[in-house]
Design a protein. Structure first.
Length: 241
């Protein structure tokens, strides 16, 4: 936290510095107007920085006090926003005849983030770091082992859970879910590794343990767009058939 406070102070000082320079120049109507404008801009920038810093501090305090709850709510918001983005991309396609937001679909993704994605990763990373403690150096054999476990043990299992969970929420039968897994699972895992192997290296090597799920949620925003488009485009094709 001291690092973020120091950065905030540095930015604030930089934004105020031009004001001190102007204050000692000879004032004319034009320079007075410029000084007023710069004062207003600098004050606004300082307030913005202070507001962001205050919000970040409050988030971290809440995260330390109620880690599971904060991670779950954060994931719910991010995944809901990801589905809204995915639907906007779908509606922008020339061949699309969809004109309205499917709120039920967005709620399903938000609910998935709230009750499965965040809790799963919260307990999973606690277990992983407990079994294999983090190292001080970012790139070590320990980090490599954890990346392999994450992407080639955990990820395949969790991907099956994603298909099953969202499918059941949508009202699909187990037979339909199994068929979708048979058709899409392999391609989904290949896409998963292209994104998540490097993302997981960064997460395990550089991100503090308390912020790992937040980082994961930010990356998951883009992954959720992919899942939203893939799963729902598949559904539309089945309906047309």
């Amino acid at each position: 936290m001291k690092i973020f406070q120091s950065l905030g102070l540095l930015f604030a000082l930089c934004s105020v510095a031009p004001i001190s320079t102007v204050a000692f120049t000879t004032t004319t109507p034009s320079t007075t107007s410029m000084m007023t404008q710069r004062l207003s801009t600098s004050s606004s920038s300082s307030l913005h920085i202070a507001g962001v810093q205050e919000a970040w501090t409050a988030y971290n305090d809440a995260l330390e006090a109620n880690p599971l709850l904060v991670k779950s709510v954060t994931a719910s918001v991010i995944l809901g926003a990801a589905d809204v983005t995915g639907q906007a991309i779908e509606r922008a396609q020339p061949e699309s005849d969809v004109t309205e937001l499917d709120i039920a679909r967005t709620v399903r993704f938000a609910f998935f983030g709230l009750v499965l994605q965040a809790p799963w990763n919260h307990f999973y990373y606690n277990f992983l770091d407990g079994a294999i403690p983090p190292t001080e150096e970012p790139f070590t054999p320990t980090t490599g082992i954890k990346v392999v476990i994450d992407q080639f043990v955990q990820a395949p299992i969790f991907t099956v859970l994603i298909f099953a969970f969202l499918g059941l929420l949508e009202g699909k039968t187990t037979e339909t879910i199994k068929k979708q897994l048979d058709e899409d699972y392999a391609d989904t895992m290949v896409a998963n590794w292209k994104l998540w192997v490097p993302a997981t290296v960064v997460n395990l090597a550089f991100v503090p343990p308390i912020l790992r799920v937040l980082y994961l949620n930010c990356v998951f925003f883009f992954w959720s767009i992919f899942l939203s488009l893939k799963l729902n485009n598949k559904d539309e094709n089945e309906i047309e058939a």
